[in-house]
Design a protein around this ligand. Sequence first.
Ligand SMILES: [Zn+2]
Length: 142
Amino acid sequence: MRIERIHNGIVLDHIKAGVGIEILKLFPTEILRTKIDYASYVESPSMTTKDIIKIENIDVNPETLMKLALLSPSITISIIRNGQVQEKITPEIPPVVEGVITCTNPKCVTLRENYLISRFRVAWSEAGKIRKQCAYCEHITK
Ligand SMILES: [Zn+2]
């Protein structure tokens, strides 16, 4: 698949292969309004395969950057302005994430009490994966 250059917008590169479809869900309204290129399982020299997404005429806010890092820690985000890369961002994973992830423990208090905002402690596991632990019930969500 050929990915065209964009003039203004963002390029999401080095996405873990197959995760791009989850990332597109972070931009539900943009998807309907702007041009998006999405390539999955692209061969890459640094990773075996990766996904790439280009979205025209949008910006990313810090919350979206955090969600992108949680979905794919290897991601790089290039901000394109007037055909030039204005900024290249490798988002950091915060130690604590609030209100973004939903606990997968069906007995968790956050699922019963709607006023509670979910709170997760985020850390790297020994296997090099992100470990998200609920601050309320200690359950680990994948
Ligand atoms: Zn929980």
